[in-house]
Design a protein around this ligand. Structure first.
Ligand SMILES: Nc1ncnc2c1ncn2[C@@H]1O[C@H](COP(=O)(O)OP(=O)(O)OP(=O)(O)O)[C@@H](O)[C@H]1O
Ligand SMILES: [Mg+2]
Length: 258
C-alpha cells in the first residue's frame, strides 16, 4: 500500500488531575513507513509512553489524529497492533507458555497449534525450560521476555514496544536487540520502539525521533542509513551517536534543571 503506514498528525495531549493539568505532548507529527524500525527517544516524562499508547489506540489525543493505513485510530485493534508495555503485565495464573499463547487463544486457535507457536517463540529467548513456570517463578528479565513473545505471537503488522529491554542487564539487552533485529528482518514488521539507550536506538533503528522535554515535541529526526548488523565501534555509528547525544543532552538538562 502506498503512503506511510502510521501517521501521527499534530497530536497534543494534556492529562488533567485533581491538582493541575500536565501537558504531555504538544503538536507531535511523525510518519512511520511500512517495515520501518522507528525509535522514539527523549527525557523521562516527555510523553514517549503516551505517544505509543496513542498509536495503539489506548489513549486518545485532545487534538490531532493518529492514522494507520489512512484510517483514524479510535481504539485498540489487537489484530493489527501488538504492544509491549514498560511493565510486563502478565497474567499471573497462566504459565509462561500460556501467557504467550493468550492472544492466539482469543482468536480461537486450537490448543496444540497455539502452544507450538508459543513454544517456538520462547526457545530463542532462552525460556524453553521455563515454559511451564508461572510469572512469579520467573526473574524480571524473563517476565519481560515472555511479554515480548506474547506480543510477537499474534503476528500483527505493527509492534509497539515501550522500553522492552529497560529492566534487563546490559549483556542480555544486547542479545535481545540482536534477536529482535532477526525477527524484524524476517517478519518485516513495522516497529515503533521507545528506549533511553542511545546505543540501542542506533543499533536497531532505521530512524530515531528525538522528543523535547515535556511537553514532548519532535526535536529532530535522525536517519540511520547503516547496514545491519551494526558495529558500535564503527565511525559512522560513533558520529551519529555524538549528534544524537547533543540533541538529547540539551533536553535532559532542561528536565534535570526543573
Ligand atoms: N494517565 C495519566 N494521568 C495523568 N498524568 C499522566 C498519565 N499518563 C502520563 N501522565 C503524565 O504525562 C507525562 C508524560 O508521561 P509518559 O509516561 O508518556 O512519559 P515517558 O516519556 O514515557 O516517561 P518515561 O521515560 O519516564 O517512561 C508525565 O508528566 C506523566 O506524569
Ligand atoms: Mg514511559
Amino acid at each position: 500500500m502506498a503512503g506511510p503506514h502510521i501517521v501521527v498528525d499534530g497530536v497534543s495531549k494534556r492529562f488533567e488531575t485533581s491538582a493541575d493539568a500536565v501537558p504531555a505532548l504538544s503538536e507531535v507529527s511523525l510518519a512511520v513507513g511500512r517495515r520501518e524500525f522507528c525509535t522514539v527517544i527523549g527525557p523521562s516524562g516527555c510523553g514517549k509512553s503516551t505517544l505509543l499508547a496513542m498509536i495503539g489506540g489506548l489513549v486518545l489525543p485532545d487534538a490531532g489524529q493518529v492514522r494507520i493505513d489512512g484510517q483514524p485510530v479510535e481504539g485498540p485493534d489487537p489484530r493489527r497492533v501488538a504492544m509491549v508495555f514498560q511493565d510486563p503485565a502478565l497474567l499471573p495464573w497462566r504459565t509462561a507458555l500460556d501467557n504467550v499463547a493468550f492472544g492466539l487463544e482469543l482468536r480461537g486457535m486450537s490448543r496444540p497449534e497455539r502452544r507450538r507457536i508459543a513454544g517456538d517463540l520462547l526457545g530463542p529467548l532462552g525460556l524453553r525450560e521455563f515454559a511451564e513456570r508461572y510469572p512469579r517463578e520467573l526473574s524480571g528479565g524473563m517476565r519481560q521476555r515472555v511479554a515480548i513473545a506474547r506480543a510477537l505471537a499474534i503476528d500483527s503488522e505493527i509492534v509497539l514496544m515501550d522500553e522492552p529491554f529497560g529492566a534487563l542487564d546490559e549483556q542480555t539487552r544486547l542479545l535481545m536487540g540482536e534477536w529482535l533485529l532477526s525477527i524484524w528482518t524476517r517478519a518485516r514488521k513495522t516497529v515503533v520502539f521507545v528506549t533511553h539507550s542511545l546505543q540501542e536506538a542506533l543499533l536497531l533503528s532505521t530512524r530515531v525521533v528525538a522528543l523535547t522535554a515535556r511537553p514532548g515535541r519532535v526535536k529532530s529526526v535522525l536517519e540511520v542509513p547503516l547496514p545491519y548488523p551494526r558495529d558500535l565501534e564503527s565511525p559512522g555509528l560513533a558520529s551519529l551517536r555524538a549528534t544524537l547525544w547533543g540533541e538529547i543532552r540539551e533536553e535532559s538538562l532542561k528536565t534535570m534543571g526543573r
